[in-house]
Write a protein that binds this ligand. Structure first.
Ligand SMILES: Cc1cc2nc3c(=O)[nH]c(=O)nc-3n(C[C@H](O)[C@H](O)[C@H](O)COP(=O)(O)OP(=O)(O)OC[C@H]3O[C@@H](n4cnc5c(N)ncnc54)[C@H](O)[C@@H]3O)c2cc1C
Ligand SMILES: Cc1cc2nc3c(=O)[nH]c(=O)nc-3n(C[C@H](O)[C@H](O)[C@H](O)COP(=O)(O)O)c2cc1C
Length: 781
């Protein structure tokens, strides 16, 4: 085959040499605009895992790279006058020049033609090629030429960064954070040969501008960075090698994703590779890894399907479908890591103490969990756990190991929860006349025995017409109060769990079936419907019942109904009260602009839309005992264009905080039937994180939190204070006890009646773990 690689970066060179090795008869040329030893950049890093992969494909280059690279294990943080370090992270650093020179030499040795100082205008420059690799980097001309085919999605990120070097040598991947009068700067620092270290300085655009760096030339920018990081640099200079750059030396990262990776141009197949088709932010250090792995995968497909021109189409299809998935996974992790560095100044740096800041930084990509950190550096993690437990108010003798963060206590007002797990409120649709009965005693009682610190009863309604379905519980009369009291007393007498009630009014989503009845959830009852009220006269479903817009008199009545229920809840002895302002129900229908179209003082701006929910909150708070906490559940994202955004959610949280809320329970969606949520593990936790650290109020994370490892990582990183777990508690009332045993947390107290099950479960899990034990796979943090 005749193959041309446009661009002699890691992708083009490595693919060239792998294909030549596969069959020396291939005629392969790599065309590069630069001179052989003229390249941009300092060092690049990749993981031990990438090195293993390279070893399998070309042992010669792998051995040379191995000789030239710097391997190190530690990550060091310099922050607020402290230096913290953790180990076991396994990185490889190599000079970009050195890497390219090794690849160039190997290409020459194998007979790949290298054509330097040649600018390629287009793939049409190579009319007789069978296969053209567009490995021409992030600004790929070939990708741009066929943009309608490749459909690139290019996002320019807000932070500015400058890629510098220094001769100060470091023995860890180092992060330094410095605050100026305008905001935070961070440096990402890693040594890549015996003389040189990469030093990337990054800051948000507004901080960069406030320092006049948009007007500064290269020398002034370097002088600025040298002064800012003088303590760290210890007299060493910063250097540039950005000759190739036009305009500002400060760049914005561009995230590239392409829908289609290859194209037949009428004569040859053209395929994108490396940065031309996808980029990964340097916060995760994997752009070169991706480029190398693209080259490996394409070669593997030629090897498996046949390396002849006739096979190219099929090979390229397989290459795209296999690589896209891996690349997207890594890009997601890189995106999380990148976003962490974009918001670190406003969200974490001022808020978190150094220990927790370090933890948050190490888990920024959300690929590294609590137990993964334990595998990397047990001593560091145990030290962190001790620090965390002591901050949570525990006094631990030196010989007693600290519990994982999930099992630390949490105090709010006069209530101390024994751990961080909440049974999330879950409607059971199993009442008659709103009366909680034996079913609820068993259901909630079992979950209170199951280890969670707080069991929330399902949404409970202040009046019959406030119910979602005829089976929903209520709290408008003494019989219901007494029904609840029986359950509350049982929980208090038989367990050390707390029990909370969620008060809510269904508003526009009322008068519907239980999920298993009639036409299913959210659908009007076949008969016996009651009239609905809402912020505006808008049905939840197009063919649903249309509610009446609430009048001021309605508002006062409903507010007073909430207050009556609150008093009854206090009499029933509940420990916690949550006001339901989420999921499109009555109070939520005021908050979202999608459901509130009012023209009076309760519609319009967010502040006005919040007026009524805040009025209800204030009335409930005043009626609820002062020593008991109140949380507010909100939909932090409507997942619909024009609806509530996570940024609005921060404002909503601030308003409830000012009104006296103790916690925000951060759910999302169910406000509009048009919603398009992005589900995934812990998918709503970013809202809890943002609200907690931007609005400065404690949060409950909820949504697809299904393992102790999730809870530990969320709580430890300060992304939330409590984790609510719903569906896993339907399958397993003793979810918390089970998860504790699974991670080997044996001090976990069990109900005394169940103790003989404890040691058996622990032994079974320990045996299972020992059988599954595999060496830890390390990827860059
Ligand atoms: C600040 C920063 C830090 C980074 N740190 C890391 C890191 O630590 N680890 C990591 O893995 N990655 C890192 N990267 C990313 C890494 O540099 C790229 O992901 C990687 O180089 C991609 O390889 P590539 O071969 O696809 O593209 P490139 O390395 O960009 O190579 C493309 C080549 O094509 C040539 N070319 C382009 N157009 C033409 C043309 N028309 N004619 C002829 N030649 C052309 C260019 O001169 C260039 O040599 C970092 C990037 C930045 C910006
Ligand atoms: C059967 C069921 C009933 C629910 N009822 C309520 C409810 O009454 N009030 C509420 O705020 N959320 C309710 N939810 C939402 C859960 O509290 C939780 O936010 C959601 O299920 C996501 O958590 P999970 O991924 O752990 O299940 C319900 C969820 C389920 C599965």
């Amino acid at each position: 085959m005749k193959i041309v690689c446009i661009g002699g970066g890691p992708a083009g060179l490595y693919f060239g040499l792998l294909m030549k090795q596969l069959d020396p008869r291939h005629d392969i040329t790599v065309v590069e605009r630069n001179k052989p030893y003229d390249t941009f950049g300092w060092g690049v890093v990749f993981s031990d895992a990438t090195m293993d992969n390279m070893r399998q494909w070309d042992a010669v280059t792998a051995a040379e790279i191995q000789q030239a690279f710097n391997h190190w294990d530690d990550i060091e943080l310099k922050f607020k006058g402290r230096t913290l370090r953790s180990g076991g992270h396994g990185f490889v650093g190599i000079g970009r020049k050195k890497l390219l020179n090794i690849l160039q030499a190997r290409c020459e040795q194998l007979g790949v033609k290298l054509l330097f100082e040649t600018e390629v205008e287009s793939d049409a420059d190579f009319p007789d090629a069978d296969l053209i690799i567009a490995s021409d980097g992030i600004n790929s001309k070939v990708r741009n030429k066929y943009a309608p085919v490749f459909k690139p999605d290019i996002v320019t990120r807000p932070n500015r960064y400058i890629w510098l070097g220094t001769h100060r040598l470091y023995d860890a991947f180092t992060f330094v954070f410095e605050k100026t009068e305008h905001g935070w700067f961070q440096a990402h620092i890693y040594k890549f040969d015996e003389h040189t270290t990469t030093y990337i300085v990054e800051t948000p655009e507004d901080v960069w501008k406030a320092h006049g760096l948009d007007q500064a030339g290269m020398e002034d920018s370097i002088a600025f960075c040298e002064k800012l990081f003088a303590d760290d640099l210890q007299g060493h200079k910063l250097m540039t090698n950005a000759r190739h750059l036009r305009g500002s030396a400060w760049l914005n990262f561009q995230r590239v994703v392409c829908e289609q990776w290859s194209h037949f141009n009428g004569r040859a197949h053209v395929v994108l590779m490396g940065d031309a088709v996808h980029t990964a932010h340097f916060a995760i250090g994997s752009g070169t890894k991706l480029a190398i792995e693209d080259a490996i995968e394409l070669t593997r497909q030629f090897k498996e399907l046949g390396d002849s021109p006739a096979q190219i189409g099929q090979v390229l299809e397989r290459y795209q479908s296999l690589r896209r998935v891996d690349v997207l996974r890594l890009q997601n992790a890189a995106w999380n890591a990148m976003e962490w560095f974009e918001v670190v100044g406003e969200r974490y740096a001022d808020q978190l103490p150094p220990e927790q800041f370090m933890y948050s930084m190490l888990t920024r990509s959300q690929r590294i969990s609590h137990e993964n950190l334990r595998l990397r550096d047990k001593a560091w993690l145990e030290g962190f756990e001790r620090w965390f437990a002591e901050r949570a108010g525990m006094t631990l003798p030196a010989h007693v190991p600290a519990p994982p963060p999930m099992f630390t206590p949490y105090t709010v007002r006069g209530v101390t929860l024994k751990n961080r797990v909440v049974v999330s409120p879950m409607a059971q649709y199993s009442c008659v006349d709103g009366l909680p009965a034996d079913y609820h005693l068993v259901h909630l009682g079992a979950r209170a025995m199951g280890g969670a610190a707080l069991v929330m009863a399902e949404m409970t309604c202040p009046t019959p017409d406030a119910r979602i379905t005829p089976g929903c519980p209520g709290l408008w009369n003494d019989a219901q109060r007494d029904g609840w009291k029986r359950i509350v007393d049982h929980v208090h007498a038989g367990t050390d769990a707390k029990i909370g009630i969620q008060l809510g009014h269904a508003g526009p989503k009322g008068s519907t079936n239980a999920p298993w009845d009639g036409a299913g959830a959210d659908r009007p009852l076949p008969d016996g419907n009651w009239p609905l009220i809402a912020a505006s006269a808008l049905p939840y479903l197009d063919d649903g019942q249309v509610p009446r817009e609430m009048s001021r008199a309605d508002m006062e009545r409903v507010r007073d109904d909430f207050v009556r229920s609150t008093r009854l809840a206090a009499e029933a002895g509940f420990d916690w009260l949550e006001l339901h302002c989420a999921h499109g129900y009555l109070l939520s229908s005021f908050i979202s602009p999608l459901t509130n179209r009012r023209n009076d003082d309760y519609g319009g701006s967010l502040a006005k839309r919040l007026r009524y929910p805040l009025e209800v909150f204030a009335a409930v708070r005043a009626a609820w005992p002062q020593q008991l906490p109140m949380s507010v559940r909100i939909s932090a994202h409507d997942w619909v264009e024009g609806g509530i955004t996570p940024q609005d959610a921060v404002e909503i949280a601030r308003a409830f905080k000012a009104a006296g809320a103790d916690m925000i329970d951060c759910s999302s969606g169910q406000v509009s039937a048009q919603q398009k949520p992005t589900y995934g593990r812990m998918y709503q936790t970013p809202f809890a994180d943002r609200i907690r650290n931007e609005a400065g109020i404690a949060t409950i994370a909820v949504g697809a939190i299904s393992e102790a490892d999730h809870v530990n990582s969320i709580i430890a990183a300060g992304r939330a204070d409590l984790c609510a777990v719903a569906r896993p508690h339907l399958a397993n009332p003793a979810w918390t006890l089970t998860e504790g045993a699974k991670i080997g947390y044996t001090p976990m107290p069990w109900p005394r009646q169940y103790l003989s099950g404890k040691s058996q479960m622990e032994t079974l899990f320990a045996r299972e773990k020992a059988q599954q034990a595999v060496p830890a796979y390390k990827e860059p943090a």
